[in-house]
Structures are given as C-alpha cells and as structure tokens.
Write a protein of this length. Structure first.
Length: 247
C-alpha cells in the first residue's frame, strides 16, 4: 500500500506545478454576465434555469462544453495528485535506495503517463464541442479529424486553436509515441528488452530496445506537464463563448 506523505513532501511537489489548472473557459450571456466554469458541480443546471429561452441546439452545446470542461478538471486534479506521489517516491528512493520506493515510483509513472494523454484527449473533445461539429461524434475525435473540421472554416479563432494544438502535438510527440505507448502497447520503458527474429534455417537475429532511467523519466514528465499547462493557458484565452455569435 502507498504510504501517506508528509506536509513537507506535498508542499515540495505542489510548488513545482502550482500553476497547473483546468481549462476554466468563460461563457458570456446576452446580458453580458460572465460564468467561469472552473469547478465541478451544477453549473449547467444554474445556467439553464437562468435562460430558459435558449434553444435546444445551444443547450446541447453548452451541456457538452461543461461536461468536457468538468472532465478535464477532474483529470487535472488526478494528474497533480499522481505527480505529487510519484516525485515524492523518487526522492525517497534516492535517499533510501529501497526497492519498494522505486516500485511505487514506477507504478505511478505509468499512471501519470495515462493522465497526461487523457487530459489532451479530453481537450480535443472540448474543442470539438466548441466548434459545434455535426460530423465528429465522441468516439471519433482525434487530431486528424479535428484539424479537418477547423480547416473548413479558417476564421481567426479556429486558426489560433489549430496553431495551439499542432504546436502541442509536435512538442509532446516523443513522450506520447515512445514513453506512453511503450507502457500501453509495448514493454515497460524502464526495462531493457530484446526480441528475436528468425533469419532462416539455423539463424536468429536480435532486436534491442532502449530503456529510460528514473531521473530522465521524471524530467520528461515534468516537461510534458509544463507543456500541457501552457497548452491549456493558450486555449483558455481563445475559447470564450459570446452567445450572439453562435446562434
């Protein structure tokens, strides 16, 4: 079982990613009132009660935006908590050289790799709702399909969104394709491995795979969390919803 952390350990890790939050997009109604969706709760119920005259299409869009924003918020919280535990166990292992501490660090490393990619995927879902695509459903949203939809209407907002998500995809490609996919589809990136190939008759070949050490993995995760934070901050400035421009 994972141990409790001390206040000192928690504060050290929190200070590293203190600015990392959810998307917190802004919605403005016809009267100019602003609603900042940065918490999990009954925002949709409150919003709809205040404006019952809104049509079903708008309610559908707002519902999905709030749903994906809440999902991002939840996953960011989980990611932050996982980072706190992961970095603490790495620090403990460096001091104690206890194999249990390294085991927990690597267990949490795999979990945090999932959350980084999962937050990214939920952001793509939110963008799909933001552009009000009637083509892409929840099961088909990916970068390629989203880029096609954004390119159909190359206004300034859509172009800014494209620039942000393409930059993020490029900057995080190594982490997603080599580290996260290693955990999910191949072998544990922490372990050296090899596979054999049959060369014919009495001959075998060997393919070797590289591994990553604890410190390099930590630095790679921290870099990708910082990139994800910048990605969210950039989108927060773009995704604002003045009602009159959408209906």
């Amino acid at each position: 079982m994972i141990d409790n952390l001390t206040k000192k350990e928690v504060h050290k890790s929190i200070s590293i990613i203190s600015e990392f939050t959810g998307l917190n997009f802004i919605y403005k109604d016809k009267e100019g009132s602003s609603y900042i969706f940065d918490i999990i709760g009954n925002e949709l119920e409150i919003l709809l009660d205040q404006s019952l005259e809104r049509n079903l299409k708008e309610r559908h869009r707002l519902n999905n935006l709030i749903k994906w924003n809440s999902e991002i918020t939840i996953k960011v919280i989980h990611l932050r908590n996982t980072f706190i535990y992961m970095s603490t166990y790495l620090d403990r292992y460096k001091i104690s050289n206890n194999s249990k501490d390294q085991q927990y660090f690597r267990y949490l490393a795999e979990i945090i790799s999932y959350f980084i990619v999962s937050v990214r995927d939920c952001i793509l879902q939110l963008i799909n709702s933001f552009i009000d695509s009637n083509v892409i459903n929840d099961y088909a949203v990916n970068l390629s399909s989203l880029k096609k939809e954004l390119n159909k209407n190359r206004n300034i907002t859509n172009q800014n969104i494209l620039n942000v998500i393409e930059g993020f995809e490029s900057d995080t490609k190594i982490f997603r394709e080599e580290i996260r996919n290693g955990f999910a589809h191949k072998t544990n990136p922490f372990n050296s491995y090899y596979t054999t190939t049959f060369e014919g008759n009495n001959s075998l070949g060997i393919n070797y795979g590289d591994n990553i050490n604890n410190d390099d993995f930590y630095e790679e995760v921290l870099k990708n969390i910082q990139l994800l934070s910048l990605h969210i901050e950039s989108l927060r400035k773009i995704i604002k919803l003045p009602i009159d421009s959408r209906i």
